[in-house]
Write a protein that binds this ligand. Structure first.
Ligand SMILES: [Ca+2]
Ligand SMILES: [Ca+2]
Ligand SMILES: [Ca+2]
Ligand SMILES: [Ca+2]
Length: 262
């Protein structure tokens, strides 16, 4: 069994304080700023004797070696984040050059009815990142909970992990968690996956019937009209060839019009 280093829980004042930043374009709820942060439990390689945990004044950093999911559990009560659309993690990754492009920070949020949503950003380059992901489109769901969906007004637990990917056991990496927010990113018409942009991935969702009016010409036209819309806060993901998709979308629209007589 892995050794667990257990610290007495020091529930952060920062956890559970919901703040709205007046005047900002986007709503924002602080989950934690990681300032003088203390975890409740450490798992896997983060609990090993070799690991260095530093609860600094501005960030919480872990230096560890190990392949797979390194895991820490942090209790947090009373997060009130309804109305936000995205998780935003400010993180700094460092280590030897071999770690570049492999380290993947992961945040897990768990609500009061047990919905357990995981937000992973695999394969990051070394350096400072502000990573975002749609709350409604997590990387994976560990448990659906009794009420589907992540209730942002009843978040009880937060977990932090880092998957070192192919870096494996070659050497120690350091992950510094700087800030974790829930933020509101306005979605444009046609942004069916609600990741802040309108791109090929949204077309594929339309094609699979996942838009608000499944398979409709209206939704397709909304996608076409807003194609290329980007959100500066959202890191672009590699997408299929855009021009080919627009052509494809045009063909679909033609076929739909013929089919529906529209
Ligand atoms: Ca901080
Ligand atoms: Ca739920
Ligand atoms: Ca999108
Ligand atoms: Ca996208």
């Amino acid at each position: 069994m892995a050794m667990y280093k257990i610290r007495t829980s020091l529930l952060l004042a920062a956890c559970g304080v919901a703040t709205m930043h007046a005047g900002a374009l986007q709503g924002q709820t602080l989950i934690t700023d990681f300032n003088t942060f203390f975890e409740n439990e450490l798992y896997a390689s983060w609990a090993s004797l070799d690991a260095v945990i530093d609860s600094g004044p501005d960030s919480y950093s872990v230096t560890a070696t190990g392949y797979g999911s390194n895991y820490t559990y942090i209790g947090a009560l009373g997060i009130l984040g309804a109305g936000n659309t995205h998780v935003e993690l400010d993180v700094t990754l460092s280590g030897p050059p071999e770690a570049d492009g492999l380290l993947g920070p992961i945040v897990t949020l768990v609500d009061a009815d047990g919905s357990n949503y995981n937000f992973a950003w695999y394969g990051q380059l070394l350096g400072h990142h502000v990573l975002t992901q749609s709350v409604s489109a997590p990387t994976w769901i560990s448990a659906p909970g009794t009420t589907p969906g992540l209730d942002l007004d009843n978040l009880l637990h937060m977990h932090l992990q880092l998957d070192p990917g192919g870096f494996g056991t070659m050497g120690a990496y350091t992950v510094a968690f700087n800030n974790l927010n829930l933020i509101e990113v306005p979605t444009a018409p046609g942004d069916f996956d609600e990741d802040g942009d309108v791109d090929g991935a949204d077309f594929l969702i339309w094609q699979r019937g996942g838009s608000p009016l499944p398979g409709s010409v209206d939704d397709l036209q909304a996608w076409q009209a807003n194609f290329g819309t980007t959100a500066p806060l959202i890191a672009a993901a590699p997408e299929p060839g855009a021009i080919g998709l627009i052509l494809l979308a045009g063909l679909f629209a033609l076929r739909l019009r013929r089919f529906t007589g529209a």
